[in-house]
Ligand binder design. Structure first.
Ligand SMILES: *Cc1c(COP(=O)(O)O)cnc(C)c1O
Length: 376
């Protein structure tokens, strides 16, 4: 059995090597490393896949969030609601732009922002809300959009972890994660569900005016060559990454299928173990399993981690502490106890290897190691 990894980038590359190498070699031969035609082609194909009018590629998922927020032209000190249980990037860009991150708690089963808590956090200064589709599943977007409409807030969806996930509305209609709010963002970091061989990101919108603003900001605020209408940034997806991503996009449905299948195998092993809570499936979303995250008793998690490590099985804690308790955000004045669900989850979550190349043999080995820990 191959060495176990959280994400098997090498195995996936080897499986798709012929197509990927050809696409990348074509870029090398052309030497059009920046803004080569593959960037536009990939943006067009991604926009078709996601059924979104505009896709603006950029340099990474954090830039995507920053550019999205810059495009809203919010007044300094404006408040932006963001979940406390999350990767740091979403809150970071709010703070960097002179806005105020307002943390809210998450739902205990699906880990995504709790819309009822978001409602309570709205003040006269609230300008926007940034739901995060954490671990591969959509946040409850209808409730968030209802709140946003009632309070006249912008919505930026951080879709770095759930590309290809589908939101299911009350009428049974579906929309892709990242295409429901005013703007959506994603990351092509290598370990993401649609990952490149370096850094990459993209921004989505249905709105043509926002698309033009986003495009300008990503390109130094330029509206015409060497004419700058606003202060922008330099954030590009390079051509090699775009060419590779265009190949991988054709595989995205298969990647999702492989992850969902692997999740099903894990679920079957863990369903009967009393101490384990398997990932909950929201009725309003498909799950693309960026992470397969269990909840286990907080006082047993470290021992479980060591038990797995001894057997050569990696595991990760996403995330060990909620954002409001990090030193960097101490100036906001939050304290322990403010977001009990997020704080409790940080003690209980553990993510197992999850990727497109997992074999049943590997999964059996991993799952049996987890089960034996609780049953010995
Ligand atoms: C990965 C990630 C980002 C940042 O993406 P980068 O490409 O690493 O900048 C932002 N938000 C979430 C939720 C992420 O998982």
């Amino acid at each position: 059995m191959n060495q176990l990894q959280m994400v098997d980038l090498k195995g996936q590359y080897q499986r798709l090597k012929t197509q990927i190498d050809a696409a990348m070699q074509a870029v090398v031969d052309s030497t059009a490393f920046i803004n080569g035609p593959q960037v536009k082609t990939f943006a067009g194909n991604l926009s078709k896949y996601l059924q979104v009018n505009h896709v603006i590629p950029c340099a990474n998922g954090t830039d995507a969030l920053q550019i999205a927020l810059m495009a809203l032209d919010l007044p300094a000190g404006g408040e932006v609601i963001v979940p406390a249980f999350n990767y740091v990037a979403t809150a970071e860009v709010i703070a960097l732009l002179g806005l105020k991150p307002v943390f809210v708690d998450v739902l205990p089963d699906t880990f995504c922002i709790d819309p009822a808590k978001a409602r309570l956090a709205v003040t006269e200064k609230t300008m926007a809300i940034m739901p995060v589709h954490l671990f591969g599943q959509c946040a409850p977007m209808e409730e968030i959009m209802d709140l946003a409409i009632a309070q006249e807030l912008f919505v930026i969806e951080d879709n770095a972890q759930a590309i290809g996930a589908q939101y299911v509305d009350a009428e049974g209609g579906t929309s892709f994660a990242g295409t429901i709010g005013h703007i959506g963002t994603t990351s092509f970091f290598p370990s993401k569900n649609l990952g490149c061989m370096g850094d990459g990101g993209a921004i989505f919108t249905q709105d043509i005016d926002l698309a033009s603003t986003l495009q300008q900001i990503a390109n130094h605020g330029q509206h015409k060559k060497y004419h700058y209408s606003r202060v922008g940034v330099n954030s590009r997806l390079d051509t090699l990454q775009a060419a590779l991503l265009d190949v991988k996009l054709t595989q995205l449905d298969d990647f999702i299928y492989r992850r969902q299948k692997a999740a099903g195998v894990y679920d079957a092993y863990f369903a009967e173990v009393a101490q384990i809570k398997i990932p909950a499936l929201a009725t309003y979303s498909s799950h693309v399993f960026h992470q397969y995250t269990l909840q286990v008793p907080a006082d047993q998690r470290e021992a479980l981690k060591s038990h797995l490590q001894e057997k050569g099985i990696p595991s990760m804690v996403y995330y060990p502490a909620p954002l409001h308790l990090h030193e960097a955000y101490g100036y906001l004045g939050y304290k322990a106890g403010d977001f009990p669900v997020s704080e409790e989850l940080c003690g209980k979550v553990i993510s197992l290897p999850m990727h497109t190349e997992l074999t049943e043999e590997q999964q059996q080995y991993i799952a049996e190691a987890v089960v034996s820990f609780f049953q010995s």
